[in-house]
Write a protein that binds this ligand. Structure first.
Ligand code: SAM
Length: 276
């Protein structure tokens, strides 16, 4: 599999300078999808997004602790949840300085800064020694990154036998011409690479020198995310523009058309390990 077009870390960082504010207002402090138990489950966005974090914690196998790298950590909300439910030592990285400042401020406020810290770093040049982490999380961040080189760099910092837990968007089957155009436009606006089908994901993990532990399609549980975002933008669009200025209107348009509204777009949890 070839590499994907790069958006460049500077562009993603600028994107998040604006998105950080809008996401907290319209979604919550977790910058990832929610997990609902069934169609009738009306859990809040906060509860549903925390539930997805809990699922990742479970898949990380960190009951006895260990050293964790959280790649693309946002403002650290899921990092803190992981820290509060395991004895792990965690380093979160993002290429957006406002996120790092806010995450470190919150770590101090929660009294977690002795074992949770955040650093500004680009995923393709991780400032850590080979084999220095037991677990790496890439929680809804890989779509912004060139996937194979990213997973290879993650493999480098994982100890042999260590695992990487990833969530990503997933494509189900072929797309019509219309759907393909919608997906391409949206992914470009979200500074994201292409959508992959589950089998392509399996190939990508192998190409990165990792072994698949599991690939779990959780699309049925995450589907409400797109509709909740759509409703929130429609309800609060004018208020957001009034508060943050006209410069947020482009981003609001992007969030008003989440790609997850398409039936062919779902969500995947991938767990892989560095061969021992
Ligand atoms: C959708 S957010 C997910 C945040 C967090 N994992 C969560 O679940 O709340 C994507 C994250 O990836 C980070 N990111 C994007 N490109 C990056 C890069 N090249 N290097 C490091 N972080 C990056 C963004 O700054 C952001 O923190």
């Amino acid at each position: 599999m070839s590499t994907e077009p790069l958006n460049g870390p500077e562009r993603t960082s600028e994107f998040y300078d604006v998105s950080n504010l809008i996401l907290v207002e319209l979604w919550n402090e977790n910058f990832h999808h929610g997990y609902w138990l069934s169609e009738d489950d009306e859990s809040s966005n906060q509860v549903a997004t925390d539930r997805l974090t809990d699922l990742l914690i479970e898949k990380s196998g960190l009951g006895q602790g260990g050293r964790v790298l959280d790649v693309g950590c946002g403002i650290g909300t899921s990092t803190f949840r992981l820290a509060e439910s395991t004895p792990a030592e965690i380093v979160g990285i993002s290429n957006n300085q406002s996120q790092i400042d806010e995450a470190n401020r919150r770590a101090r406020a929660r009294g977690l800064d002795h074992r949770v810290s955040f650093e500004n770093a680009d995923v393709l040049a991780l400032p850590y020694a080979d084999g220095s982490f037991d677990v790496v999380w890439v929680f809804e961040a890989l779509m912004h990154m060139d996937r194979v080189p990213t997973l290879r760099e993650i493999r480098r910092v994982l100890r042999p036998g260590g695992r990487v837990v990833v969530t990503d968007l997933l494509q189900h089957g072929p797309l019509s011409e219309d759907a393909r155009r919608t997906v391409e436009t949206h992914m470009e606006e979200m500074l994201s690479g292409s959508l992959l089908e589950q089998e392509a994901y399996r190939a990508l993990v192998a190409e990165s020198g990792l072994e698949v532990v599991e690939l779990t399609d959780i699309s049925e549980h995450t589907k409400k995310t797109a509709w909740r975002v759509y409703d929130a933008v429609n309800e609060r669009h004018d208020e957001m523009v009034e508060r943050y200025g006209q410069e947020v209107s482009g981003l609001l348009e992007v969030f008003r058309n989440p790609v997850g509204l398409l039936p062919q777009v779902g969500y995947l949890i991938a767990v892989a390990r560095r061969p021992a």
